[in-house]
Design a binder for this molecule. Structure first.
Ligand SMILES: Cc1ncc(COP(=O)(O)O)c(C=O)c1O
Length: 359
């Protein structure tokens, strides 16, 4: 491991390998170009306008966000085409949505009559037109209307409301992301895509003109993005990737690590890092060591991460090590900025401007 850049970084810290990040962004952008599908990356993974800008420069047509707070930050930073890939229901958040809508093209997902009614009233009051997408539950069971007739019913309801326009559908097959048997994943993803396309046909037979269907993530994009009728993919994790995702999808390199320092030795093979649960999410498993696969994290408490060294691994107090988080998205949300490393040099620090904007 080249150590030069480590000296300039206080730990625990997030580290981006710039060359790998660029490669990951290009890989997805090239897929979208080759398959003639629009790419709208979900920024919930990086929450960083600088990375979002790189995605746009590579060919993305806009971005997805999960929260109003993220949408506000990215609007402020000059992004002008945002899909809120989620429902906005709470009254203050609906008002903030309308304010964003006055500045840029922002679209929002809907899945209930009550919500669209309230959105319509607010849009009417503020004299703006709001574009909405019906969120269709393709099996994740988290949000969305069931495909087919329930979507038609909601679409007819929206048609009667003022100041709202139905422009498309969103369906997210997140329950298939981590399937490791590719043939099984392919079959199941295609079934989800069929639900979306069949529902589009049903609506169009009933006088609607729906073309826009946005879907998918980093685990299934290669199937969804090739499915006839799908017009847009919205993957999030691909710029960084993580331990969990890389077990299921081989297309991307791990471009983000946590740099930590060994603070203590508590036994012959037992050490403690300055990286605990406040610096690394364990939502999808404990982090792993980038250069020492046989060394294992045993316990993460708030500011401490205990590990057992692998049989042939040796460590010393003060040594810096890199770890790969189990799930990158909630880990990024814990930090203020990324340290950007290129060719073993610290070249920049990028603000994670939308960290903590969960509201
Ligand atoms: C609605 C929606 N779309 C897209 C994504 C991106 O998925 P991934 O991070 O697997 O690329 C997510 C992730 O949570 C999501 O919730």
């Amino acid at each position: 491991m080249e150590l030069g850049w480590h000296e300039n970084v206080s730990t625990p810290a997030l580290v981006i390998d710039y060359n790998k990040l660029v490669k990951n962004i290009e890989t997805m952008a090239n897929f979208a170009k080759e398959n003639k599908v629009n790419l709208r990356p979900h920024i919930k993974t990086h929450k960083c306008p600088k990375v979002g800008q790189m995605q746009l420069e590579a060919g993305a047509i806009g971005i997805c966000v999960a929260t109003i707070g993220e949408a506000e930050v990215f609007t402020e930073k000059g992004f002008n085409d945002i899909l809120i890939a989620n429902e906005v229901v709470e009254i203050n958040k609906m008002k903030r949505l309308i304010e964003i809508n006055k500045k840029i093209l922002v679209r929002v997902c809907v899945d209930s009559k009550k919500n669209v009614n309230n959105l319509s009233k607010l849009a009417n009051k503020e004299n703006v037109k709001l574009e909405v997408l019906i969120d269709i539950d393709v099996g994740l069971g988290r949000t969305g209307v069931k495909p087919g007739e329930p979507v038609l019913e909601l679409a007819k309801f929206i048609k009667e409301l003022t100041n709202l326009e139905l422009v498309g559908f969103m369906g997210y097959e997140g329950h298939l992301t981590y399937l490791t048997d590719f043939e099984n994943k392919k079959q199941q993803t295609k079934l989800c895509m069929k639900m979306l396309v069949d529902t589009r046909d049903l609506l169009n037979e009933n006088g609607f003109e729906i073309e826009y269907i946005t879907t998918s993530g980093s685990g299934t994009y290669m199937i969804a993005g090739r499915y006839p009728g799908i017009t847009e993919i919205q993957p999030g994790t691909y710029p960084f990737f993580d331990e969990h995702m890389s077990k299921c999808v081989p297309d991307f390199e791990i471009a983000l690590t946590i740099l930590a320092t060994i603070n203590n030795q508590t036994g012959k093979k037992n050490f403690t890092l300055d990286m605990g649960s406040k610096a690394c999410s364990t939502a999808d498993g404990k982090p792993i060591f980038k250069d020492y696969p046989k060394s294992k994290m045993t316990l993460l408490t708030e500011e401490h991460g205990q590990f057992k060294a692998g049989k042939d691994d040796s460590f010393e107090i003060g040594q810096k090590v890199e770890l790969i988080p189990g799930h990158v998205c909630p880990t990024v949300n814990l930090y203020d900025f990324f340290n950007v490393i290129k060719d073993y040099e610290l070249i920049d620090k990028w603000e994670i401007s939308a960290r903590g904007k969960n509201y």
